[in-house]
Design a protein around this ligand. Structure first.
Ligand code: IMP
Length: 340
């Protein structure tokens, strides 16, 4: 079949076969969309945004239509730009989904979908080879249920904090996961307690009727060995009163400068359960402030094995070794292994 057999301008006359009556609204709305592909604007006048469908089985129909392809866990759907379902094929009835090159007057790449009952549908999904190859690969994976990260799996995770530095770390750390951090700046009381865990427990309880789960809170502090773990749970108070300079002054004549940052993340789930994840990072406090990144005590803390302060490291570097980075890793592990 050559492109000359197709009346490209006569789109609306085309019969689209069995799915013509099918309406997206009638479809199972519970079905998650694994992949959604819109046809991208095409550079050539001939192939401006289109999808072509041929049927085998003794006859064919063809068309040039703007639209999008959606793959759900059970089917592949082509919707035109008005949202009308033009084609719906059960994934398990697809025998092959391969990319071909049509080398005619107007060369194009098209996907040929062959079903087990020997029907064939041909759809373009790219303006050039690389886009066509990528989209073919992604759709194929979605049909086979093998997409690594699908949109449907992205879960919003509320992070309750007023600290922009912390939220930046969550955004960076969750970037390659299925969780999307959303900040909630509601301020909650931090009780005076002897451990970060107690502070987190209190915070989770206080917030449970005020924030929709799942949500996460975070409490952290710097524990300096020679100061008997000071400022520890009082890190915020000390930072807000005497500041980093004050801590440096306290340590003026002290030789042992070992310190540990600790972070406790608290997670509240819809079933009412609470979970905590702890991360630590040991290092030492230097004698002056260095670096402009990070926040809080970052400019005076050098993590073990490094020569730069937290404030001199990139966000990625800090997250890969920091107390919060380690706690976040555990949190993501936990969330990834459960339905929330
Ligand atoms: P909180 O967890 O917000 O209560 O933090 C207590 C204090 O520790 C605050 O003054 C923070 O600035 C500081 N802090 C918390 N996390 C970090 C960090 O990752 N680096 C440096 N300082 C931090």
């Amino acid at each position: 079949m050559s492109s000359k057999e197709i009346d490209w301008d006569n789109v609306d006359d085309i019969e689209w076969g069995v799915d013509d009556e099918l309406d997206w609204d009638d479809m199972d709305e519970e079905e998650d969309i694994l992949i959604e592909l819109r046809n991208d604007p095409q550079p050539s006048f001939f192939v401006r945004k289109f999808a072509v469908v041929w049927w085998r089985k003794g006859f064919y129909k063809a068309g040039k239509v703007d639209g999008s392809i959606r793959v759900t866990p059970t089917r592949l759907i082509f919707l035109d730009s008005k949202g009308k379902v033009r084609l719906s094929i059960m994934n398990d009835s697809i025998y092959s989904f391969d990319l071909h090159h049509h080398d005619g007057e107007f060369p194009i790449y098209y996907n040929e979908i062959i079903t087990k009952d020997q029907s064939s549908y041909q759809i373009t999904t790219g303006v050039d080879e690389s886009q066509s190859v990528k989209n073919n690969k992604d759709i194929k994976k979605a049909i086979a249920g093998e997409l690594e990260v699908s949109k449907a799996e992205i879960t919003e995770l509320t992070i309750v904090t007023t600290n922009k530095g912390k939220i930046g770390e969550f955004v960076q750390s969750l970037d390659k996961t299925n969780f999307f951090p959303v900040q909630n700046s509601i301020d909650y009381p931090e009780i005076q307690a002897s451990t970060l865990e107690e502070v987190v427990d209190f915070g989770l309880d206080w917030l449970k009727d005020k924030v929709e789960p799942p949500f996460v809170i975070d409490d952290a502090g710097a524990f300096i060995d020679s100061l008997e773990d000071f400022p520890g749970v009082y890190s915020r108070y000390i930072y807000d009163t005497i500041g980093v300079e004050g801590v440096l002054k306290q340590m003026n004549d002290i030789e042992d400068r070992k310190a540990t940052f600790r972070c406790v993340l608290g997670l509240a789930l819809a079933d009412g359960s609470k979970h905590k994840f702890v991360g630590e990072c040991t290092g030492h406090i230097i004698g002056e402030m260095r670096g402009s990144g990070g926040f809080g005590y970052d400019p005076i803390f050098i993590p073990g094995g490094y020569e730069k302060t937290f404030a001199e490291l990139s966000l990625e570097e800090k997250n890969s070794i920091s107390h919060r980075g380690r706690a976040m890793e555990k949190l993501v592990d936990f969330l990834s292994n459960m339905e929330i």
